[in-house]
Design a binder for this molecule. Structure first.
Ligand code: FAD
Length: 472
């Protein structure tokens, strides 16, 4: 058939993985095209994920902090929330970033072909051009011939089959639209995304219920961290239903009626104005015609790759949410660079020792590497250093000394294996522990590094000192 365009590199999907891969490819001299169905670059993360959620969480945290000042003798009135204004702020944040990406693409002569891509074979992709919201097809097509490709088609929210269609039942994208503030909100799935959105809605006035299948919220983090977050946030929740599930969800005129099953659930059906389902995300691997290119996709939609991010077809790479857990933007970006560098015949490997995780709740919960729970379970001998923020001058001055910093060291050689922080700005601090782990730092390196005083960051140095037994 006819070819409309011929390039060195075709990147499918313009999320943090895709745009990073395209930019690095172009910087390394490859003529690069970026195929993305939506009008803006940035994917889930910029448009309906990391960034808009943080724009809303920032406002929520300021509202909560201002309310907190009452106990310091400073009182403000009840906040007047203009929901259109707040939504507008969120949109402005997104537009600034997606606009910036468009500029960076242009500067590198990376063309955005706007449409839905389907592989025809291992060197051709057909793009059905889109307009409007990204779902509208213009009816036109473009066939692109490529020498190499990087698949970065990302993931989408899992909708369990028993969840009915109703505008009051939303996934994270629907929740971020912030149409109104419900009085009662149910979160199905107590992971990071659900709890972040719950924080926003609760600060704006909603009462929260959460139902979670496992035995605790925020799985993946040590339970002692989660406890601090949960104690601080008790006031937001009417019911935290663990080891529980919904047995029916029924939209009625007066609300969404839900029944539950579990050890401590209300026996009567409960009525909600908003139900958020946040029970995980599934990769988009089955929706791109990968089989036509000979790329193997597993039954869940993941694509397997090697350390160079190559699929089973050597000139086709895959990165981001599509290649596996953790589904995080910073992982996608690093994989993107590895894939692009290999495609440009540089030698690179994805060889991260650790990938940090952060819940941007209030307080923030951040962890990286070996957790204490994991060490216990696997019988790994560790030395632990914990520094409670109740002993941090800065945390006390800020009125936020509920948190702590914990470092996990190899009991034999003292090398740092993991770390965890709960408290405001924990996510901004965890990077230092990542660096320590990547560089093989030990408790002496970290403890002897002079951290600025008074900061919450110095709690990392102090925790290392505690582990050395110097200051107990
Ligand atoms: P995506 O961002 O999913 O991008 C894939 C792109 O490919 C999409 O734009 C899609 O339209 C496009 N596409 C797919 N198929 C086709 C096709 N056939 N043709 C054309 N285009 C196609 N991660 C963090 O690290 N920190 C956070 O704080 C954070 N917060 C989050 C909050 C929410 C509410 C959500 C939902 C996610 C959050 N994440 C966060 C996860 C993060 O958004 C993802 O890990 C990240 O976006 C994955 O990047 P990606 O490049 O793999 O794919």
């Amino acid at each position: 058939g006819a070819v409309d365009m011929e390039v060195d590199m075709m990147v499918l999907g313009a999320g943090p993985g895709g745009y990073s891969a395209a930019f690095r490819s172009a910087d390394l001299g490859l003529k690069t095209v970026l195929v993305e169905r939506y009008g803006t670059l940035g994917g889930v993360c910029l448009n309906v994920g990391c960034i808009p959620s943080k724009a809303l969480l920032h406002n929520a945290a300021v509202i909560d902090e201002v309310a907190h000042l009452a106990s310091n003798g400073i009182k403000f009135g009840k906040p007047e929330v203009d929901i259109d204004g707040l939504r507008g702020y969120k949109e402005k944040v997104i537009n600034k970033l997606t606009g910036g990406l468009a500029g960076m693409a242009k500067m590198r002569k990376v063309e955005h072909v706007r449409g839905i891509g389907t592989f025809l074979d291992a060197n051709h992709i057909e793009v059905q051009l889109t307009s409007g919201t990204g779902k509208d097809l213009t009816g036109e097509k473009k066939v692109i011939k490529f020498a190499k490709a990087i698949i970065a088609a990302g993931s989408q929210a899992v909708k369990l089959p028993f969840i009915p269609n109703d505008p009051r039942i939303v996934d994270s994208t629907g929740a971020l639209e912030l149409k109104s503030v419900p009085k009662r909100m149910l979160i199905i799935g107590g992971g990071i995304i659900g709890l972040e959105m719950g924080t926003v809605y609760s600060t704006l006035g909603a009462r929260l219920d959460v139902v979670e299948l496992s035995d605790g919220l925020m799985q993946g983090a040590d339970r002692d961290l989660v406890k601090v977050w949960q104690d601080w946030n008790k006031h937001r929740f009417d019911n935290i239903m663990l080891q529980s599930k919904t047995t029916s969800i029924e939209p009625k005129e007066d609300g969404i009626w839900v029944t539950f099953e579990g050890p401590k659930v209300p026996s009567e059906p409960q009525c909600y104005d908003l139900v958020l389902y946040s029970t995980g995300r599934s990769p988009n691997g089955k929706k791109i015609g990968a089989e036509n290119a000979g790329v193997i996709v597993d039954e869940r939609g993941f694509i397997a790759v090697d350390k160079q991010m190559r699929t089973n077809v050597p000139h086709i790479f895959a990165i981001g949410d599509l290649v596996g857990q953790p589904m995080l933007a910073h992982k996608a970006v690093h994989e993107a660079h590895v894939a692009a560098e290999n495609a440009a015949d540089h030698k690179a490997y994805f060889d991260a020792r650790v990938i940090p995780g952060v819940a941007y709740t209030d307080p923030e919960v951040a962890w990286v590497g070996l957790t204490e729970d994991q060490a216990k379970k696997e019988g790994i001998k560790i030395t632990k250093g914990v520094f409670p923020w109740a002993a941090s001058g800065r945390a006390i001055a800020n009125g936020r000394d509920e948190g702590f910093t914990k470092l996990i060291f190899d009991a034999e050689n003292g090398q740092i294996l993991g770390g965890a922080i709960v408290g405001p700005h924990a996510g901004d601090m965890i990077g230092e522990i990542c660096l320590g782990i990547e560089m093989g730092a030990d408790a002496v390196d970290i403890g002897k590094t002079i951290h600025p005083h008074p900061t919450m960051g110095e709690s990392i140095g102090m925790a290392a000192e505690v582990a050395k037994g110097v200051c107990t």
